[in-house]
Ligand binder design. Structure first.
Ligand code: 13P
Length: 284
């Protein structure tokens, strides 16, 4: 059961109240580490990619690499495009056979976001691709997309109408989390998750996972957030692992040894998250 639709992964996780890590990869080493860690832990996994990375590597290369790596293991895995305001990039990923996209029109007015998200969903669903929708900008900048403050919270009835009218497959609500490193303890709006779930039980997406406490993850997953996004922590682990290896081995020039050491650190980091999110063994 290698590459599966996003909807299948999120439905099982929501029904059974565990979280699936959506890890942002930047190259073949990070993708390999994420898939290897999930395979080792018998956990479903979401390989997530920013627009910036798509622009460097190309949608087709990423898709081919993902398919090859996912086919070597026996866990459910799915390929998702992170925050994308650019309809052209969305179309490229759909054409290249990706499984899921986040159309991020949170900078647009409610009406414009609604109408454009409907168009994206219509195209995506024709190709069996899932769509994550967003109304309230998540705070912080993720690979050049987003802003420091995030948008205002939309009234519950309007948020629910957005979910129903667009037919999105998952929804990313603004609950006070932010991309990047938190300066203090974030004030999380747990109630918002329950309010939406009580009226419209759609898989909700937790953005800004880096730096949240285990208790916060557990509470949000329990309330209805089966997709848990992690980017910044993997970037930190990646850079620290390169630095540590090069400092410890100043005369070693075998790139495969360096990349192997980096992968090992990433695998350990991803496995820690998989345990925290409760997805270990869920692929069995
Ligand atoms: P972090 O960078 O805070 O882990 O957030 C990741 C994310 O939400 C990607 O969309």
């Amino acid at each position: 059961m290698p590459v599966v639709p996003m909807q299948q992964i999120l439905k099982h996780a929501l029904d059974n109240r565990y979280g699936v890590g959506a890890f942002n990869i930047v190259d073949s080493v990070t993708m390999d580490a994420v898939i290897s860690a999930a395979a080792e832990a018998k956990s479903p996994v979401i390989v997530q990619v920013s627009v910036k990375t798509v622009k460097v590597m190309g949608a087709r290369l990423i898709r081919l690499m993902f398919e090859e790596m996912a086919n070597r293991v026996s866990i459910p895995a799915t390929l998702h495009l992170d925050h994308c305001p650019d309809r052209k990039v969305i179309e490229d990923c759909i054409a290249a056979g990706w499984n899921s996209v986040l159309f991020d029109a949170s900078k647009l007015s409610y009406e414009e976001n609604l109408s454009q998200t409907k168009e994206v969903v219509a195209l995506a669903h024709q190709h069996g691709v899932a769509v994550e929708g967003e109304l309230e900008a998540v705070k912080g900048i993720e690979d050049g997309i987003g802003d420091e403050y995030g948008g205002p919270i939309v009234a519950l009835d309007k948020a629910v109408a957005f979910i129903r009218e667009t037919h999105i497959d998952s929804f990313a609500p603004g609950i006070g989390t932010a991309h990047g490193l938190y300066k203090g303890t974030p004030k999380i709006n747990f109630e918002r998750v329950s309010e939406i779930m009580n009226v419209e039980p759609i898989p909700l997406v937790l953005h800004g996972g880096t730096g949240l406490s285990d208790e916060t993850f557990h509470e949000l997953i329990k309330r209805g957030m089966p997709k848990v996004n992690i980017s910044t922590q993997l970037k930190i682990t990646l850079a620290d692992a390169y630095r540590a290896y090069l400092e410890a081995h100043p005369t070693e020039y075998d790139p495969l040894k360096l990349l192997g050491a980096v992968k090992q650190q990433l695998v350990a980091q991803v496995e820690t998250f998989l345990h925290t999110f409760g997805s270990v063994g869920k692929a069995a």
